[in-house]
Design a protein around this ligand. Sequence first.
Ligand code: NDP
Length: 483
Amino acid sequence: MIAQPKASHFVNGAYLEDTAGAVIEVTFPGTEEVIARLHEATPAVIEAAISGAVAAQRAWAAMKPVERSRILMRAVALIRERGAELALLETLDTGKPIQETEVADWPSGADALEYFAGLAPTLTGETMPLGGDFAYTIREPLGVCVGIGAWNYPSQIACWKAAPALSTGNAMVFKPSEVTPLGALKLAEIFIEAGMPAGIFNVVQGRGAAGAALATDPRIAKVSLTGSVPTGARVYQAAAAGMKHVTMELGGKSPLIVFEDADLESAVGAAMLGNFYSSGQICSNGTRVFVQKGVKAAFLKRLAERTAAIRAGDPRDGATQFGPLVNRAQFEKVMGYIATAKAEGARLIAGGAAGNEGPLFVQPTVFADVTDEMTLAREEVFGPVMAVLDFETEEEVIARANGTQFGLAAGVFTGDLARGHRVIGQLAAGTCWINAYNLTPVEMPFGAVKASGLGRENSRAAVEHYTQVKAVYVGLGPVDSPY
Ligand code: NDP
């Protein structure tokens, strides 16, 4: 099984190799087999990517918005035509089941490109009448933006960052996570095939040092990172030194609150989706499931039954619902959290051990009787480990749900819509759901408050983060000067 790309990087419209860079071994998490060998970007590769993007960006920004959009729409069509092939590559790169990658990863990326291709030509400035004189505004691109991705949704992240950036006239240098470097190269290839000028979307591989080199370069106007809170803090600090714009999509420990009057089957289904999809490796997961005491027993019973029926297996098999973790480091980290939860007295309801389907499988795991002080309720696991906590009153659960440094997402299940809105209104989270969980259509802003990040992806809101306003005062009469 080989998924070797033509070269490690994609710069100035073509694949580029520099074997002087340290080797990155890409493995298929289903078996830990090596499927590709890439090289980290050397300073020469990073220089070629940045200088190429700088050289190409002005002409791209000067094109009519509909001309840029036409190219992006051609890319959308190519992504959809090649859906099966791209889904398989994503599965090999991440280990996620093909039944997920066929519907979630690239399809969500294509939606983002389509949405921003449609939106960008509609963006206009404002005119301010000033009693004779007037002023107007122009929404301009920032210049060259850096995108840095996490490994859980590599191709979706590349598209979510490229779509608002490129449609509004920016160029981008994208660094995927070194764990999952393959999808972004395909995106770069597709853009060129769709007619995008060389240098507008570049991909360079590397670990944190490559990301840091990009984020600190003075020619870069903006850094958009999807990653952990500690990395976010480092990148934000580096960007601040150069007064760069930032978007930070970081980690979470989001609450999912189930009231007694909720539709329990839906609430159980949402809790499972929000903890087990992508083997739990999703930033917005509802990993603290607060269940009101009156329905606790019924909730746990159905949760245990439905969790036991999950089909884990080879991610390439269309019948598989649940795959491995992305690599050994993540596997060990998650197994460590399971051991800690047991040691701290959480009650195991389901799973709790490694799976036997491959080397990196962890069983879908549920702990009940979790308290706010336990490690499992405080730290992001990024694996298939659900913590169920009990609560009695609305007031109590709101305070406890907010008792965290994170603020990415939140969900409420209730039959009383007034309560749903009232509770969501008091939760400190950027992305919320009432009687749903983890749905992130491109029409809806996605982002965080508190330590989980800042800025928004998707929706009209993302345009604000990839453009800046130029204000122009136009004098129509003689200048009235006291001198
Ligand atoms: P990391 O924070 O470890 O890495 C994120 C990216 O930043 C990687 O490409 C990494 O490179 C790079 N990087 C690391 N150090 C630096 C640095 N000093 N300067 C610039 N770039 C750097 O996150 P993971 O890849 O482990 O992803 C998991 C995390 O991402 C979780 O916390 C999760 O919650 C979060 N996440 C957030 C999402 C959101 O939208 N809010 C969505 C998905 C994930 P490399 O890893 O190659 O060394």
